[in-house]
Design a protein around this ligand. Structure first.
Ligand SMILES: [Zn+2]
Length: 477
């Protein structure tokens, strides 16, 4: 049977989370205006004689983003005008950096099934967003809130050959965006859209066969479904000795099927020409170097550190790098506790679970208590002054009401010097770890008894009187 190799590439559009729009000082629409046409001015409403004014902050954000994507920087770049009419585009043109962008090329590094991989970017540029049409009965209204908001387009090289690679790439891209607040990249909120290009060819083929582009994919899960579905569909076409139509398809995520949207597309003539209302962008070395200094530690670097240095599980390393805030909190906690394992488990299975349940506290930055208080909890647990069951009660109190760990522990009488439960656990563990000595003892070598006491004392960091262990051991042995 013929083996088919899928080749996949993505075209991604992302709403940028800059403070202001790209060509005026209006607030960017991502900050969510409460009503239509709130964040507008003479410039973004195209009043006669008004000219776009490139925003330096957007350029800086874009430059840092490009460097995080390992791009080359173009000291001189320019904007072009792309001409097309559409009802949500009253100017009949879009301003884009398609041909000479500030940054270009680049790649994303990630882990696919534990293996380090890099995926190349074909091009990446900035352009302005369209307007919003609101259909109200017989009328159609125009909302200019996001007119001239920055939009990014990223097109990858045809570098993916299965869905795992695509999913890991997208997750990494999302983390990268969140690491520099470029965008929250939330697909459900339409901050990130993704068109999926797929082409399959028999293993022996030296070139790509015809491809399809699937649009209207609005969740990560749906992208996986599109890939599975389209590979299967193209295979069935080829196996009938037909040719896959080069076309754009429309995904229906309710029925998990796709239909033809447009077929046989040729490159449309958008009459690109240099944007006459904007000067070329020239970046000084100083501006570039200052931006370079702001690049944070990338999520993948953190993840590799969590996996190989801190020895966390893959799931935990992934969760803790979901956002920059989360990973920075974790790093700070480890710095205070010197205990990466416990810091991780208290964050992932206690703190994040509470945030999940909470109606009000969804961001780690909104916690009511200082990080030192959580570090203190971990420290008390490590010194056996607080049982792990009680530690959860303390964290719950911190989470709900703030306050201080020591006060909560003492007021609730949770500080334990003689916690029999904890001591019994230590004794059990020592006996378990030293099975051959136990057997030795049971066969009559009573001298070895003090060995067990010593081990228990060591395991409890010499916090208890050996007499207690003496009694417990006698009971257990
Ligand atoms: Zn404006």
């Amino acid at each position: 049977m013929t083996k088919y190799i899928p080749t996949i590439w993505l075209e991604i559009h992302v709403r940028i989370k800059s403070e202001t729009k790209m060509f005026c000082s209006c607030k960017n629409a991502v900050a969510l205006a409460s009503e239509p046409n709130m964040n507008v001015c003479n410039i973004c409403m195209w009043f006669p004689g008004m000219l776009p004014n490139l925003n330096k902050e957007v350029v800086r954000l874009w430059l840092i983003w490009g460097m995080m994507m390992n791009c080359e920087v173009n000291k001189k770049s320019r904007f072009d005008r792309k001409t097309y009419f559409y009802p949500d585009n009253p100017t009949a043109y879009q301003i884009t950096q398609m041909y000479e962008p500030i940054v270009w090329k680049g790649f994303v590094k990630t882990l696919v099934n534990w293996i380090e991989r890099t995926f190349a970017i074909h091009h990446m540029h900035l352009e302005n967003d369209a307007w919003k049409l609101i259909h109200a009965g017989w009328k159609t209204l125009l909302d200019f809130n996001r007119a001239w908001s920055p939009l990014m387009e990223i097109v990858t090289d045809p570098v993916f050959h299965d869905r795992d690679e695509v999913m890991e790439f997208l997750r990494e891209l999302q983390k990268l965006m969140r690491a520099w607040w470029v965008s929250d990249a939330d697909m459900e909120k339409w901050q990130l859209r993704c068109d999926v290009n797929i082409s399959i060819a028999p293993e022996w083929s030296l070139k790509l066969w015809s491809r399809t582009e699937t649009k209207n994919v609005n969740s990560f899960m749906a992208i996986g479904r599109v890939i599975d579905h389209e590979i299967k569909r193209q295979k069935s076409v080829i196996e009938k000795w037909w040719i896959v139509d080069q076309e754009t398809r429309w995904w229906n995520d309710d029925s998990w099927t796709s239909t033809t949207l447009r077929s046989k597309e040729d490159a449309m003539d958008y009459r690109y020409f240099p944007e006459p209302d904007l000067l070329p962008v020239i970046l000084s070395d100083e501006f570039i170097n200052d931006a370079r200094k702001l690049i944070p530690e990338l999520p993948i670097e953190k993840r590799i550190k969590y996996l190989w240095v801190y020895k966390l599980s893959e799931d935990d390393a992934r969760i803790l790098t979901t956002t920059r805030e989360l990973s920075e909190y974790f790093d700070n906690l480890v710095e205070l506790t010197w205990d990466s394992k416990k810091s991780c488990s208290y964050m992932t299975s206690v703190l994040l679970a509470m945030m999940n349940e909470s109606e009000t506290i969804k961001n780690i930055l909104d916690l009511k208590f200082d990080i030192k208080e959580l570090a203190k909890v971990i420290d008390l647990v490590n010194r056996d002054e607080l049982s792990s069951t009680n530690s959860k009660q303390v964290i719950e109190e911190l989470f709900n009401n703030g306050w201080e760990t020591d006060i909560i522990v003492d007021e609730n009488n949770l500080r334990q010097k003689n916690d029999t439960d904890a001591l019994e656990k230590i004794v059990e563990q020592v006996l378990l770890d030293n099975a051959s000595q136990v057997a030795d003892y049971k066969s009559g070598n009573e001298n070895i008894f003090w060995f067990f006491v010593w081990q228990c004392m060591k395991a409890s960091k010499w916090a208890w009187n050996p007499k207690i262990f003496n009694e417990l051991l006698k009971k257990k042995l």
